[in-house]
Ligand binder design. Structure first.
Ligand code: CTP
Ligand code: MG
Length: 182
């Protein structure tokens, strides 16, 4: 008996899961590029601080980032939906995946500020997985997770996302889009 057996079902489930969360990846990655292209952007918290003396969200969460992120993620999801109609149930589901991702990113910034972590400073796990966790939680609470997202495919997706996040951020840093590699 081998310790590890190739599992075609797990691989298929993982690939389906990856397709399913792809709009969330796109939504999460778009703002950094969009804001770079625009040059300037307006902070979502309008510069406001809370009684702890820290910004509500900070300058890293902007209106332009939010709008470009949700719309690009949604558009990519809609395109995928026409090619792979079995992936999403309807367009609202795609919108929830995309907006859930941005909500998670914004919630992450809120938590970071409350913990006294400066904008742009790292918060391991929260930075990499917060967007995906809230995106999938939103689906869990509304449509329910699709059958191909099982505990094992979810574990693979989270591990893959950790690696992808570090990889794409390093790439964005090397391309001069980001000031830090994380
Ligand atoms: N960004 C944005 N609006 C968003 C999300 C991201 O404008 N809703 C842009 C900002 O320019 C941000 C960059 O994308 O600096 C990188 O995003 P992220 O790493 O999520 O933000 P941080 O700058 O690290 O800020 P924080 O510490 O609050 O996460
Ligand atoms: Mg960051």
């Amino acid at each position: 008996m081998g310790l590890w057996v190739f599992d075609a079902g797990l691989l298929t489930g993982f690939l389906l899961g990856l397709g399913y969360v792809w709009p969330a990846y796109v939504s999460n990655a778009t703002p950094v590029v969009a804001v770079k292209l625009l040059g300037k952007a307006h902070p979502l918290d309008l510069g406001a601080t809370l009684p702890d003396g820290r910004r509500v969200l900070g300058d890293g969460k902007t209106v332009e980032g939010l709008v470009s992120g949700i719309s690009t993620g949604f558009a990519v999801g809609v395109a995928m939906h026409t090619l792979l109609p079995f992936l999403f149930r309807d367009l609202l589901e795609i919108l929830l995946i995309s907006s859930g991702a941005l909500a998670g990113d914004i919630l992450g910034a809120f938590i970071k500020r409350r913990l006294g972590i400066k904008q742009g400073a790292p918060a391991p796990i929260l930075d990499q997985l917060g967007f995906l966790a809230v995106s999938l939680l939103t689906i869990h609470l509304t449509y329910g997770l699709p059958s191909f997202i099982t505990p094992s495919t979810l574990t693979l997706l989270l591990l893959f996302t950790l690696l992808m996040h570090v990889g794409t951020n390093t790439l964005a840093y090397l391309l001069g889009l980001k000031d830090t590699w994380y």
